[in-house]
Structures are given as C-alpha cells and as structure tokens.
Design a protein around this ligand. Sequence first.
Ligand code: SF4
Length: 266
Amino acid sequence: MSASNARDTFRLALPTPAGELRAEIAVPTRLIPVSDIVPVMRSLGGQALELEDEKSRRAGRELSCRKGCAACCRMLVPVSPPEAFALKDAVERLPAPRRDRMLQRLAALRQTLNEAGLLGRLAQLSETRTQWSDADMEPVNREYYAGRWPCPFLEDETCGVYDARPAACRELRVTSPAEWCRDMERNPVRTLPVPFRISTVLSLMWATVTGGAARLIPLPVALDWAERHAGDNRARHHGETLLHMGMEHILGFLRRGTQAASPPSA
Ligand code: SF4
C-alpha cells in the first residue's frame, strides 16, 4: 500500500433506533480536505439506513423504491458543502457528451427558476450566514415542488450521478405505493425513519472547519457554489479528526431521536 493510500481502520458501535450499528471504517492517514470524508460518512449513513430497511421488512413493509422510479427527483434537494464539491467532481469526471447534456439541463432549469422568481432566493440561501429553519424553507420547497421540474442529473428516469448523489436523495425511502410519490403533498406517502441526516452532519462539520455558517445548498445552485468556494476546501485535516467530529454530530442526532423523512422538503 502506498503512503498516499494508507488508512487507519476504526471499529464503531452506534446505538440506532433500529439496532446497534457495528461498522469498520477506514479513513486516510494523510491530511485530507473535508470533502474527502464524504464517502466515509455516506457509508455510515447507508449502513444505518439498511438497519431501518431490515426493521421495516421484518414488520412486513417492503421498500417501494426501484431503479427507474424517479418521482421524488422533482423536489428541491439540500446539499451540504462537502457534498457540493463531491458532486461537482463527479459531473466533471463524466464523459464529455453526457456531462455537456447534464450541464445544459442544469442551465435550462436555472433559466426556468429565474423566470419563476426562485433562482435568486436559492442563490441567497446558499450564501446566507444563518441557516434557514424548516419553517422558513417550507414555502420555497412547496413552490419548487409545484413546478415538478426534473433534477438536471436525471437521465431516462435514472440518476446520472448515482454514486455521488446527495445524502438527502439516499435518505428518502418509501414503503407506500410508488405511484403515490407522483404527488407527495396530496398522498399519505409513508417514509422510513432516518436515524441521522448525513447532509446535516457534513454541514455542521463544514461550519466547524471553516468557522462559517452551517448551510445546506439547494441542488440547482450547488455546482456554482462549489466553484465559488473552491478555495475554502483547500485546508487539510487529519482524517481521524474529521471522523471524530462526524461521530460527535451523529451521536448528537441519535440522542435527540430519529427523524422522519419529510417530503416534499427532502
Ligand atoms: S441527484 Fe440523482 S437521486 Fe438526487 S434528485 Fe437528482 S437524479 Fe434524483
């Protein structure tokens, strides 16, 4: 193993409402930007969601989410700053024709949002010093969802950035009939609980390492935000320090209790 690939492995045990999560987590030993901890946090979040899936299955409630069903990809997705960098990298790594089509769809969506009077509010939200509360976000989320604008990263009703999709997309899982998701406001969509929100954990970590505000960036302005703030992601940190920071926030979530996923505000 080369020095640049060297990793320390940590054994973790987290008391989630669906059972104890035991995980072996490997973090780079070298100094890393905070965006490099995203896969580690996603892996932890994914394992916690699997425990919730198993619990639901045991209770006779199977997940309805399937590949090709993207009814929920019409909502306003909140993205933490580290995820915005990861998303930008993922889009830049795509082969040119696909990447260009995706960026064209993003530009078209932004034009539509501008005409609808929403783009400026989303851009303002991405730079605010004070994170908006769920109540503040509610009208923006509703207005956005009313447009049923497909996510620009959607290709033939399948996520085109699947491995880099934001935590909010991963955490919205339903057990009610899939067709109900076409109108998540009118139908009594049943979502699975989320033991801890990885986007919020990453957002709080970002605030700590940069000394700035904890923020969630709306997906249509996330790539722009990452471009503007590339310099803020240059600072390097010990992987172990970032893992401990993330665990503190996760334990804080678990102490406060499991959250329900909440369509249409993701
Ligand atoms: S990033 Fe992928 S999963 Fe998330 S809304 Fe867009 S297409 Fe859907």
